[in-house]
Design a protein. Sequence first.
Length: 409
Amino acid sequence: MSKVILSRWVPRQAQRMGRTFVLVAGLAAGVGLADRWDWSQREPKVAWEVAIGAGFSSVAVDDGRVFAFGNVADEDIVTALDADRGEVRWQYRYPCRAMGIAKPDEPGPRATPFVHAGAVYTLSRDGRLLCLDAATGRLRWWRDLPGEVGEKPPYWGFSGSPLRWNDLLIWSVGDHGLAIRASSGEVAWKSTSRASTVWKTEPVGTSGYTTPQPVIYQGRQLVSLANESQWVIVDPADGKLVWATPWEVPYGVTSAEPFLAGDRVVLSGGYGYGTRVVRIGSAGEPLWANKNLRSHFANLAVVGEHLYGIDGNQQDGGRCELRCLRLADGEVVWARERFGFANLTLVDQRLLILTARGELVVVQPDPSGYRETGRIQVLGGESWTAPLVAGNRVFARNKQGTLVRVDLP
């Protein structure tokens, strides 16, 4: 078996790409907040609340600014906010239908803005890729992925954010990804376009709904990403396929971000799919596969030798459970019944969870049982997006378009 090292490899990116990837993927590490997750004595406070437009994109935080993405009246809006006061610094608007062809569907963008070297990059649900000046909001360049690259949106629209490799931005677009030069918008390499084998009667593409992740495999710096039915590893220099494993979630909803655990990858899906754990590079059967954890699109978390996640579809609402499984064999260790649908971030060995009802909940991962150390209401409406941690601040949004900054005690 070839050695697999999962890391935030950073050729010439210092820690930049790793930090950005961690935030986009719903994971936060090393922010030094372990002593601020017990809210029994002091609760966090909502510092400000801003309307950003409907959608599911998280935010990017950089240089005192918060970059948000939403849709109002069939117009996509990229907003730069002052992180301290919540005031709008600039907005960039362009026409974009809030709804796609899916039935059912929800309005607004899905992909989180990506910020690097004074530029902010966004991808609309219908495939408009923009590069804006982070300081002013001026348009530097844009690409129409369906028209210029030949890649149609997946059924529920483009959703993933990019991973940066040198000057390339790599997206989960097409079968094996798409690489765009960050400086110019030029296509460096792309997948061969093909018709969807999942939605055979619909005019849609084959992209998955997750964000690429870095992996070192066989001593090579590579990138992993998803299409509608596989999790693949490609060479970031040219996009050539290195390895692939099936990930055949019903309706092509490969949307729960895979979790890389040592030389294993954890792949989960809703609609009754369940979870499978695969040893990277293997040609045979998964290490295990069952239906004990069926994550629709909520993030997963591995702490020690245990896997944590939300079991159930968004449509299941209050019937969803927070579950702890043994990573070795997938057996359920405990389940918190009627926890409700939610999404989560792993930070400082804590599960920071935003429930669909708009509650921020802190759970200490513990195989001996459910341990909640804090719960506060921060949003109305309905929330599906994982919270983001930046320093001592938590940013959370609902699908209707309200964004809040919550200050930790």
